[in-house]
Design a protein around this ligand. Structure first.
Ligand SMILES: Cc1cc2nc3c(=O)[nH]c(=O)nc-3n(C[C@H](O)[C@H](O)[C@H](O)COP(=O)(O)OP(=O)(O)OC[C@H]3O[C@@H](n4cnc5c(N)ncnc54)[C@H](O)[C@@H]3O)c2cc1C
Length: 388
C-alpha cells in the first residue's frame, strides 16, 4: 500500500541540515508580506548588480533548482536517482524574444537530450514552444490570422526548431514533453505536437503533448487527440496537468469579452483531471501518460486505477511527476513503492530563473495564516526525528 503520510520516506534524501534549511525557507515564504518585499528587493538588487546571487543560490535556488547549467545538475540527478526518481532537466529561462535566443534555447534542449541519452536517471526531456517562438506570432497562428511573408518565414523557423528537437529525441530514444501554455497560443502548439507525434510516435511514445484539464474543452480534446492518433496509426503521448495560467486566462477573457476557457469551479477541473487519467489508463497500450500533479487524491486515484486494471507499478507507459523541492511526500513514497516517478529539475543562471523562483515562493505563501502543506510536512518530519 502506498501512503503519502510517510515523512521518513518523503525526506529520506535530506539530512538534518537540509531539513532545517527547507524549514526556514518555507517558514519565510509562508509570510505574504515578506514574499512581496523579497520580490521587489530581489528584482531591484539584480537590476542594480548588488551582490545577492550567493544568498539566492544558497537558499531558494537550492530548494527548487538543480543548478545554473546542465553540469551543475549532476548532483541533483545523482541524488534523485539514488531514490529511483528520475530527473527532467527543464531549462527555465523565460521572456526571451530574439531569433538568436530561440536558437540558443533549441540548442540547450538538444543538449539535455544528449545528456539523457542512455541515462536511466533522465527518463524525459522537456521544452516550451514560447522558448522557440514569439508569443505574438503563436497567437496569430493559433487564431488562424493571415501571416505576412516575414511571419511565414519566421514560423517556418519555429517549425524547424521544434522538429530538430523531436527528431533528436527520437534518434536518441529520449521521450520529450511539450509543455502547455496560454490558451491564446495553444492551438499552434497543439498542431505542432500532433504533427510531431505523427512523425515520431510510430512504434513507441517519444513526443508528449500536454493537456490542461482546468480548461473546459480539454477532456474532449484529449479524446479527439487519441482518435486522431488511432486514425494516423501512431501512439499518443499525454502529459496531464490542471494548468498554471488560471488568473491570466480569466483576466484576458474578461478584458476581451469572451467566455473564460477555464472551469468555473476547482471541483470541475479535478473531475476532468481524474476522468482524463481513467481515459488514458483504459487505452494504456496506446497512450503514454505523465501525470504532472501535486494533488494527492489524483495521484492516489492513478495508483488505484492501475491496481484495478492489474497494471504493474513500473509499467513503462505511466509516470508520475512533480517539481523539484515540492511534494516529496508524493514522489518519494511512490518511487519507494516501485512506481515510475520523475521530478522537473529547473536550471539556468540565477538571474534568469528568478521569475520561476518567485512563482514558487508565491505558491507557498500562507492562505489566511494556515501552515502550508510543505511546511507542515517538514514540521512533522522534524518532530519524528526528534522523538526517534
Ligand atoms: C511535472 C509538472 C509539469 C507541469 N507542466 C505544466 C504545463 O506544461 N503547463 C501548465 O499549464 N502547467 C503545468 N504544470 C502546473 C500545473 O498545471 C498546476 O498548476 C500545478 O501542478 C497545481 O495543480 P495540481 O494538479 O498539482 O493540484 P492542485 O493544487 O489540487 O490544483 C491547483 C490547480 O487547480 C486549478 N484550479 C484552482 N482553482 C480553480 C478554480 N477555481 N477553477 C478551476 N480550476 C482551478 C488550477 O489549475 C490550479 O493550478 C505542471 C506541474 C507539474 C507538477
Amino acid at each position: 500500500m502506498v501512503s503519502f503520510d510517510n515523512t521518513q520516506i518523503a525526506f529520506s534524501s535530506k539530512n538534518s541540515a537540509d531539513l532545517k534549511r527547507s524549514y526556514w525557507l518555507f517558514k519565510m515564504v509562508s509570510n505574504p508580506a515578506l514574499v512581496n518585499m523579497g520580490k521587489s528587493l530581489t528584482t531591484f538588487a539584480i537590476k542594480t548588480h548588488l551582490p545577492i546571487k550567493g544568498i539566492i543560490k544558497a537558499t531558494i535556488f537550492k530548494q527548487f533548482c538543480g543548478g545554473e547549467d546542465i553540469k551543475e545538475c549532476d548532483k541533483t540527478i545523482g541524488l534523485l536517482g539514488k531514490f529511483n526518481i528520475g530527473t527532467i532537466l527543464d531549462y527555465s529561462v523565460e521572456g526571451k524574444e530574439s531569433e538568436s535566443d530561440f536558437d540558443a534555447c533549441m540548442n540547450e534542449t538538444i543538449a539535455t537530450i544528449e545528456k539523457a541519452k542512455g541515462n536511466k536517471h533522465i527518463p524525459f526531456c522537456v521544452f516550451k514552444v514560447t522558448g522557440l517562438a514569439r508569443h505574438e506570432l503563436l497567437e496569430k497562428v493559433s487564431a488562424k490570422q493571415t501571416l505576412n511573408a516575414g511571419e511565414i518565414k519566421e514560423f517556418e523557423r519555429v517549425h524547424v526548431r521544434v522538429n530538430n528537437i523531436c527528431k533528436t529525441a527520437n534518434s536518441n530514444n529520449v521521450p520529450i514533453l511539450i509543455d502547455a501554455e496560454e490558451s491564446s497560443t495553444q492551438q499552434a502548439m497543439d498542431d505542432l505536437a500532433n504533427e510531431m507525434m505523427g512523425l515520431y510516435n510510430r512504434t513507441k511514445v517519444i513526443v508528449y503533448n500536454t493537456y490542461q484539464l482546468y480548461r473546459k474543452d480539454r477532456l474532449s480534446y484529449l479524446q479527439e487527440s487519441f482518435a486522431l492518433a488511432e486514425k494516423g496509426n501512431h501512439m499518443l503521448g499525454a502529459k496531464l496537468v490542471r494548468g498554471a495560467y488560471m488568473e491570466k486566462e480569466r483576466k484576458r477573457a474578461a478584458a476581451m469579452n469572451y467566455p473564460s476557457p477555464i472551469h468555473d469551479k476547482k471541483e470541475d477541473a479535478d473531475e476532468d483531471y481524474n476522468k482524463a487519467l481513467r481515459f488514458c489508463i483504459d487505452h494504456i497500450d496506446k497512450i503514454g501518460i505523465c501525470a504532472g500533479t501535486h494533488n494527492e487524491k489524483s495521484s492516489m486515484y492513478l495508483v488505484e486505477l492501475m491496481k484495478e486494471k492489474n497494471i504493474a507499478p513500473s509499467h513503462p507507459h505511466i509516470y508520475f511527476s512533480q517539481l523539484l523541492g515540492m511534494s516529496d511526500h508524493i514522489s518519494y513514497n511512490l518511487a519507494e513503492a516501485g512506481y515510475n516517478v520523475a521530478k522537473y529539475v529547473p536550471y539556468g543562471p540565477v538571474k534568469e530563473v528568478l521569475p520561476y523562483l518567485i512563482r514558487r515562493a508565491q505558491e507557498n505563501t500562507s492562505v489566511k495564516g494556515q501552515t502550508g502543506r510543505e511546511l507542515s510536512l517538514i514540521i512533522k518530519e522534524k518532530e519524528r526525528r526528534k522523538n526517534k
